[in-house]
Ligand binder design. Structure first.
Ligand code: GLN
Length: 491
């Protein structure tokens, strides 16, 4: 039998339906892969007993002919999703050993459809970061290495555990979240597929909040089809999240293989950055040509406010974070440091419970929201956000179906290589992804090629609101042309 961990989700679904193997066998194969890959630090909690129980239940259902869309498929869950009875920490010391008494809507829909939980995945603390280096559980290793080098690289962030685990074949797919690029950037760094759906497409209920007006859940998967299958289960209206939208969830998988003939693809001139590696330019051009060869029409478009997106994002996101993180006070959740009075309790707990990056964001956020600075920073950033959104609307009004851009300005870098002296160096990673969150649009990252050091690179497609199907159709064209990439195992 072929190694069960090397199957795509779609292939595993067929094998389970044909009874070539059981969910328990598939689950056990992944559990043993996880054990052998602990050096990657992708999982912060393994739940083998629960996984086997869920797999047995899936097998019983399959035997009865009750086959849910994800029946028996083993998945990893980012530690930002509340899982009932299973420790959920957002990879922050401040949540300690917090065990939720409820399940997030997105994960409950995955279990409803028959999926199996392997465990909880590492991420940047409260999803703040682009390298998965801010987690209280330590950094995550990227299964990809530069050719001829033993340096461990970052998998991107904040969903670094999700991307690393999917790329290293430790789970068939993973949940992730994206506030400014945290699904798409790690997907690009690991040759996996990641989609951030339209704001409102997936319920945020039961997901630890970072910046509520930007946060969205989505999958990281081994192929475009797998991502479509996962999103179908994750998406949907939820009355418990007032920003969740009541629009029927389409069969995203049906979009795979659909003709893209006649689609207009925008190439934004503002994304051509000074100093961008020539390899990224070349990849971007190759992607455009693949889409053209499939019958799409390329048009140059302008998104003039792009240059303000990063500074505006790094005001809006910390502002919302400072407010969302006010609840971690040592009284209600997790960690509580000893103190003589209530003020000291807050101070001691928050000072020792939050890591450096989170403290930085809380301070920036509190500053930009404070009286006297609110208009100069927060209000102005909100106005810029409206202009960024309008740039995209103007494009779409001209008949553009999707916009093609690089996913990241570079390939994966080494652990500790970036952002040490200047946090802005790390923030620059998000240059192509934050605009999409600011505008609430869907965006997909698809593996598209490798750089001269053998590291994967990804392209991003940005779509109209609630037109994820277009992204799946176009994404699959790129995937077909570029092929799939798997890292050589060294762990
Ligand atoms: N890297 C960005 C940040 O640090 C985005 C993170 C995310 O999307 N959760 O804020």
């Amino acid at each position: 039998m072929t190694d069960l961990t090397s199957l795509t989700l779609a292939e595993a679904r067929k094998g389970l339906a044909d009874k070539t193997f059981t969910s328990l066998e598939l689950t056990d194969a992944h559990l043993s892969a996880i054990e052998k890959a602990r050096v990657l630090n992708a999982f912060v909690l393994e739940t083998p007993d629960q996984a086997r129980n869920m797999a047995r239940e899936a097998d019983a259902n399959i035997a009865r002919g009750e086959v849910g869309p994800l029946a028996g498929i083993p998945l990893g869950i980012k530690d930002l999703f509340a899982t009932k009875g299973v420790r959920t920490t957002a990879c922050s010391k401040i949540l300690g050993n917090f065990v939720p008494t409820y399940e997030s809507t997105v994960t409950s829909q995955l279990w409803r459809d028959g999926a199996v939980m392997l465990g909880k995945l590492n991420n940047d603390e409260f999803a703040m970061g682009s390298a998965n280096e801010t987690s209280c559980f330590g950094p995550v290793g990227n299964p990809w290495r530069r050719e001829g080098s033993n340096t461990t690289l970052v998998p991107g962030g904040s969903s670094g555990g999700s991307a690393s685990a999917v790329a290293a074949l430790l789970c068939m797919g993973a949940t992730a979240t994206d506030t400014g690029g945290s699904i798409r950037q790690p997907a690009a760094f690991t040759a996996t597929v990641g989609i951030k759906p339209t704001y409102g497409r997936c319920s945020r209920w039961g997901i630890v909040a970072f910046a509520s007006s930007l946060d969205q859940a989505g999958p990281i998967a081994r192929s475009v089809r797998d991502a479509a299958m996962l999103l179908r289960s994750m998406a949907g209206h939820d009355p418990k999240d007032t920003t969740s939208v009541d629009i029927a969830v389409p069969d995203y998988e049906a979009a795979i293989g659909k003709s893209v003939k006649g689609m207009k693809i925008g190439i934004p001139r503002e994304y051509r950055l000074d100093g961008m590696p020539a390899e990224i330019e070349k990849l971007w051009e190759a992607g455009a040509q693949w889409l053209k060869a499939a019958g799409a029409e390329l048009v140059e478009v302008s998104l003039p406010h792009t240059k303000y997106a990063l500074p505006a994002y790094y005001i809006v996101a910390p502002a919302e974070a400072s407010s969302n993180l006010a609840r971690y006070d040592g009284v209600r959740y997790g960690l509580r440091e000893p103190a003589k009075n209530i003020t000291e309790l807050y101070e001691n707990t928050r000072a020792s419970g939050f890591g450096a990056e989170v403290r930085r964001r809380v301070m920036i956020g509190t500053y930009v929201l404070s009286a006297g600075y609110y208009d100069a920073y927060y209000l102005r950033a909100q106005k810029v956000r409206t202009l960024i959104k309008k740039d995209f609307e103007d494009c779409f009004a001209k008949g553009v179906n999707a916009i093609l851009t690089p996913a990241t300005p570079s390939a994966a870098f080494g652990i500790g290589e970036k952002g040490g002296a200047d946090p802005v160096e790390m923030y620059l990673n998000d240059i192509f992804t934050v605009t999409v969150n600011m505008a609430g649009l869907p965006g997909i990252a698809v593996p598209s090629g490798k750089d001269s050091q053998g590291l994967p690179l990804g392209l991003q497609l940005i779509g109209r609101p609630f037109e994820e199907e277009t992204l799946f159709s176009l994404g699959e064209v790129i995937e077909q042309a570029a092929g799939r990439f798997t890292p050589a195992r060294w762990w």
